[in-house]
Design a protein around this ligand. Structure first.
Ligand SMILES: NC(=O)c1ccc[n+]([C@@H]2O[C@H](COP(=O)([O-])OP(=O)(O)OC[C@H]3O[C@@H](n4cnc5c(N)ncnc54)[C@H](O)[C@@H]3O)[C@@H](O)[C@H]2O)c1
Length: 262
């Protein structure tokens, strides 16, 4: 299926690795131009060079911290100069913690809310006026199924992401008349560095044997009998960024191997 992304410019924040980078690969394969933004500016630059070399797509790497409105504004200037505008936006940037609520405190909550909720607020506030001016645009924000059904040890992460879902649905109602769509992709456990870092902590705590049993138990909890790979999300994200999905807005799409069916 031709997604019609040829020549479209897409900003992917948190794009240096993981699901964001996989989405960038898909958009590049579909002919899109990509700005890969990340708080790790070096990683964004390296990822951009790798993607451009592999696909021939126009790709720029930008340092951007979603908690810093001035960095967002500067990044948008760069993208304007490179591509002329922004047709699509993916907000994939996130941090993760693995703590019982009663073992966490205000410093943990603040960091999480700053990145995972204020981040999308900051980015959307800066990008949407440009999309309104252009009369079109497609936005994908990443949440988590933990935000829909809850998950022990992820309380304040889930709460921040539940805020993103409410934000997207509400803004979708406000800007739909400008031809702008906003949707949420809600992944189940996916094999990225973010998850691997959390899993390494668990392995260290539990020991190898108990950890391997846990891995098998987790896989059995998935009707499709495996956790996700970044590529499992990429095609759906690219579709949501395309005009093929131009009558789809304010929706939450769980991509989770059937783990929960909210
Ligand atoms: N991997 C999973 O199991 C899983 C499950 C549910 C939801 N998600 C969500 O999917 C999205 C992508 O997750 P992933 O697993 O690919 O993560 P990842 O850690 O592999 O990639 C996230 C990227 O965001 C960047 N980032 C972190 N803080 C930032 C900031 N302040 N500003 C800009 N960039 C920042 C990181 O440097 C990293 O490159 C996230 O929103 C995450 O919450 C992931």
């Amino acid at each position: 299926m031709d997604l019609g992304l040829g020549g479209k410019s897409v900003l992917i924040i948190g794009g240096a690795r993981g699901i964001g980078y996989a989405a960038a690969q898909e958009v590049a394969a579909a002919g899109g131009c990509i700005a890969l933004a990340d708080i790790d500016g070096d990683a964004a630059g390296e990822a951009a060079s790798r993607l451009a070399a592999a696909t021939g797509a126009r790709v720029v790497g930008i340092r951007m911290d979603v908690t810093a409105p001035d960095e967002i504004a500067a990044g948008l200037e760069t993208i304007s100069a490179e591509f002329g505008g922004i047709d699509g936006l993916v907000i994939s940037a996130a941090v993760l913690d693995d703590k019982l609520f009663l073992e966490s405190g205000p410093t943990d909550w603040q960091r999480m809310i700053d990145v995972c909720l204020y981040g999308p607020l900051n980015v959307l506030h800066a990008v949407l006026p440009k999309m309104i001016e252009a009369g079109s645009g497609h936005v994908v924000c990443m949440a988590t199924d933990a935000a829909r059904v809850g998950q022990a040890r992820l309380s304040y992460y889930a709460a921040a992401k539940a805020g993103v879902i409410a934000l997207v649905k509400s803004i979708a109602q406000e800007v739909g008349r400008h031809g702008i769509t906003l949707n949420v992709v809600s992944p189940g456990a996916t094999n990225t560095e973010l998850r691997q870092e959390r899993e390494e902590g668990m392995r260290a705590q539990m020991g190898d044997e108990a950890y391997q049993k846990r891995v098998q138990k987790v896989e059995r909890m998935y009707p499709l009998r495996r956790i996700g790979e970044p590529q499992d999300h990429a095609g759906i994200i690219a579709l949501l960024l395309s005009d093929r999905a131009s009558w789809l807005t304010g929706q939450v799409i769980s991509i989770n191997g059937g783990f929960v069916m909210p």
